[in-house]
Write a protein that binds this ligand. Sequence first.
Ligand code: NAD
Length: 447
Amino acid sequence: MAQFKAVKIPAGDLIEYRDGRLVVGDNPIIGVLRGDGIGLDITPVMRNVVDGAVQRAYGGNRSISWCPLYAGLEGLHHYGSEFPDETVEAIRHLRIAIKGPFTTPVGEETHVCLHCAHQQYHPGVCDKCGRDDGVTERFRSINVRFRQHLELYACVRPVRYFEGVPSPNKYADKVNFVIFRENTEDVYAGYDFEQGSEMAQAIIDLIRERDGRSIRSDSGIGIKPISTSGTRNIVRKALNWARDQQLPSVTLVHKGNIMKFTEGSFAKWGYELAAEEFGEDTVSEKRLWDELGGRMPDGKILVKDRIADSVFQQIQTRPDEYSVFALPNLNGDYLSDAAIALVGGLGLGPGANMSDDLALFEATHGTAPKYTGMDKVNPGSLILSAVMMLNHLQWGEAADLITGGMEQAILDGHVTYDLARLMRREGREDVTELSCSGFGQAILERM
Ligand code: NAD
């Protein structure tokens, strides 16, 4: 039995990973990290909605044993660190956790307040919120460190439209796809060398000596590694998802017309993986036209590739032609944000970071510190991440209850301030503005 200092593992079933599959009992223990700022508001609402849905779906036969884990402000209070080793170990032990948003310092200041995200040049009392128990040294993103320490190589973002949400896009109601973004390499690997630095100069010299081409000597240099193994992992995940959810296509997005051996190889290796490991389930677009006369066999997944810039057009003009995307890091970053804007943006985008055996579900927005503790913000992102989590556990009945409840609450115009404002601006008059917990209640009542 694993020993922890501050973490109290509750009674329940440890989730196991055997023969490439999760083994989930009727009372799985799931880690929950409240998050900073509005994490305080949205996390209890999410738990309440999930518990209600599980109860309604399975009577008393199933339930989640929530195991509180600590990072950010709570990490500081429990361990004296915003990113405690024990929390990383506990997630590894439990295999599945869900988290609210965490403060991330930006800019050059050396201290940051985890209550209000203010940054300043001294420790102790926060100049903005006046509290003395939240100011820490500047640190690297907690979210990024979770991904790196747990090797969560896939960032998964489902994007779908909820009827009634004002959207800037005419075809928003046709948007329903899942984005699989590689999380560990490409520009994210962090090989970024300052102009004038020894490394930047050494790389410029090496390229001139070995390759004969010259790079301007006053350049900063970034390196964009994309590996066969990293590509195969993310494409495999996307294909598994498409197969499990019976979705019609997986699109490999790249910029191979310009970067043949990184972006271009991403598509090439993706097709190879599909043929080797999913040959029975997939048809490549080339084969569709060369051999099958354009007629897609029933039940198979079409594997196609598209140049990144055209995908940004097509998700606006023909979104219904896409169901799963697999992308390298940088394009995946852009596409995730652009896609969520298509369906109205803001509080309704869920997300998860995953490896083969671990999954960390998360709210995709930030800590919105000015709303902390006001019971005001939209808990939708975290609740929909919990829906992903329930589907991951194969508890689809409970997941569907939540989705249905949320769809109906939005249709009825019973929403938090952010959506209420947008709906009123569109001329809707029957909107009822609810608190954060009120929105959770509205979902529960409509399950
Ligand atoms: P933010 O997402 O906290 O806020 C941006 C805007 O969206 C604000 O106007 C806010 O009021 C609104 N908003 C955010 N979440 C909302 C919700 N659930 N319901 C209604 N409105 C919502 O972004 P920010 O202000 O740039 O960042 C604040 C802090 O959060 C920073 O420390 C930042 O680094 C961090 N952050 C964390 C994550 C994460 O943990 N995944 C993501 C983004 C930002």
